[in-house]
Design a protein. Sequence first.
Length: 261
Amino acid sequence: MEVVIVPDAKAGGELIAGAVADLIGRKPEALIGVITGSTPLPIYQALAERVRAGSVDVSKARFAQLDEYVGLPADHPESYRSVLRRECLEPLGVGLDAFIGPDGTATDVQAAADSYDRALVEAGGADLQLLGIGTDGHIGFNEPCSSLASRTRIKTLTEQTRVDNARFFGGDIDAVPHHVLTQGIGTILSARHLVLLATGEQKADAVAAAVEGPVAAVCPGSALQLHPHVTVVVDEAAASKLKLAGYFRHAYDNKPEWQGI
Ligand code: PGA
């Protein structure tokens, strides 16, 4: 995998927005896997600026959701469908007709998961899947010891993840749902290019385990080592526990210009 160490979150957002824009330039109907959380906001801001400047046309692009809370009404401000609409789609001028996601309100949760997994396959699979990483190493909501072959399904959140996410629910951990629907690790690995952004010191251990640790379900992010095209973009703080940081910098500094990420 390629690890790119950037000075700050804004630079990471610019780099990744550039890769998304290049992809859409080559393939206007590309399917982009999009994510929630604090980390991706600089990506969406940088991409929206490019849309406003007219340097990328996203009118044919398609967008797919990574994960969703179970049981939150779809119009709840913290349902991931609402969050993506507010923070990603609307700033890009994209409507829900170009968006697919799992139904977190379904009574038959497994049927909703299976149906979303099929919808992703029928849509041709994600051309580029954005990812964050949890402090516990999760990707999507695949918590530690998720099957590395898993498809979209229900998961139970760890207490750590619910503590981390309580900030979106007014600091009230009891308001954070226990259950989620998430693309499985196998589903995520089906995307053609995986781009993970991690920023801040609180992600340093998870990044080191995912990038330099053994491939092991206890750190779901380590499954990225099995994929042929992965770009991990980290700021200095999130890179601070990487033993090979010097090599990663050297490789990126000497990268052929035509290569892109
Ligand atoms: P964050 O979440 O971007 O809000 O830190 C990342 C994640 O849990 O995957």
